[in-house]
Ligand binder design. Structure first.
Ligand code: SAM
Length: 361
């Protein structure tokens, strides 16, 4: 039995049951033991899943081009790009490499900040970004970050935040929470008696009254208070510029579609979806789709303005069009780079499932 599984069992045995959010927190992030703590090669061909970053450098170059267009309007001396969920630092290297080559003046006045709570991941990032020493600063929490003029962004960060898994009790017309307990050697689901988090109760209020009447008994979904809180905190840090996240997810009402009656939680290992999210703790990724409506509302409450939600295909295609009209500011479109573009934008690959939420101040 792995050290991580022993740790999770110890916590469950002490309490009898824990929320799935707590199980997921430990499985992914228990210091020194969790899935995202132990190896940098989780993402990409040799790992468990691909992201747009692992497709190649083009994704970072397109983002860098767009960020530069946004930042050039700001006459301020210093500006910041703040990345969260930087993992092994590859996206940061792709963005900085592009800006250094094509926007040297902006590169000079730019500070690249990485928001990274984990010491192990900071270490992987420092190794990847050794060529940009002095340009990159690390912060272990949003609270530690000074006010930002620029762009705060992430790719596939919020889908990796721990979610509460909740089910609909049609008779009682309320949500209950799914917890995790031990049964022999295994972890199993069990309905919690207390609706644990305040956030779980507030989910009831988010479901439109007409939908409550028809939502089938046992309909299961996820809520992610951690993502909502993170987004609010990031919005508060943004003095001027944009807050952007690229992730798979839906608007609030899309979560209640009949084909999502079992929610969006899934586990991945070696590029396959795994049956049981409670199995192989620490050896498989756990992820759930992001609720973009919640992010938009949280940002607006902090005074941000919401831009139209775009698919990754729409967002990157617009940037592509600008790279064509702005001559000399982008690397040549070789056949290898064109293939990357197709993977990033094809509706069956990453183009449609991923969406880009942007808010500005
Ligand atoms: C799915 S991976 C995506 C990695 C990378 N952005 C990419 O697109 O290839 C999610 C990353 O977010 C990190 N992460 C999770 N919670 C975080 C937090 N609160 N702050 C910063 N990073 C976090 C995880 O450790 C992991 O490295």
């Amino acid at each position: 039995m792995s050290e991580l599984i022993k740790k999770i069992r110890g916590e469950i045995e002490a309490k009898g049951i824990v929320s799935f959010a707590h199980f997921m927190e430990l499985a992914l992030y228990a210091p020194g033991l969790g899935y995202y703590e132990c190896a940098s090669q989780r993402v990409g061909r040799a790992g468990d899943f691909y992201t747009s970053v692992s497709v190649g450098s083009l994704f970072g170059e397109l983002l860098a081009f767009q960020f530069a267009e946004w930042l050039k309007a700001d006459a301020c001396e210093k500006c910041q790009l703040v990345e969260a969920g930087a993992h092994d630092g590859k996206l940061a290297a792709d963005i900085l490499g592009h800006l250094q080559k094509f926007r040297p003046q902006l590169f000079e006045r730019l500070e690249y900040c990485i928001m990274e709570p984990s010491g192990s991941r900071q270490q992987w990032q420092r190794e990847t970004l050794a060529g940009f020493t002095g340009k990159v600063k690390w912060f272990d929490s949003l609270a530690a970050l000074p006010a930002v003029r620029g762009v705060i962004f992430s790719n596939e960060l919020l889908d990796a935040f721990p979610v509460h898994r909740i089910g609909w009790d049609a008779a009682a017309q309320q949500w209950f929470e799914w917890g995790v307990r031990c049964e022999g050697e295994r972890f199993v689901w069990e309905r919690m008696i207390e609706p644990a988090a305040k956030a779980v109760r507030s989910q009831t209020l988010q479901v439109p009254r007409e939908l409550r009447a028809v939502l089938p008994d046992g309909f299961t979904t996820e809520i992610c208070p951690a993502a909502a809180e993170w987004w609010s905190a990031a919005a508060r840090k943004l003095e001027h510029g944009r807050l952007l996240a690229i992730d798979y997810g839906f608007l609030a009402e899309e979560f209640y579609a009949p084909n999502r009656a079992n929610g969006t939680l899934r586990a991945y290992a070696q590029h396959r979806v795994c049956e049981d999210p409670l199995a192989n703790a620490g050896e498989q990724d756990l992820t759930a789709s992001v609720n973009f409506t919640v992010l938009q509302v949280m940002g607006e409450l902090e005074g941000l303005k919401t831009e139209p939600l775009a698919t990754q295909a729409q967002f990157l295609t617009r940037i592509f069009a600008s790279t064509i009209s702005e001559k000399g500011r982008f690397d040549e479109w070789t056949s290898a780079r064109t293939r990357q573009f197709q993977t990033l934008t094809h509706p069956e690959h990453l183009g449609r499932p991923f969406r880009v939420v942007v808010q500005s101040r």
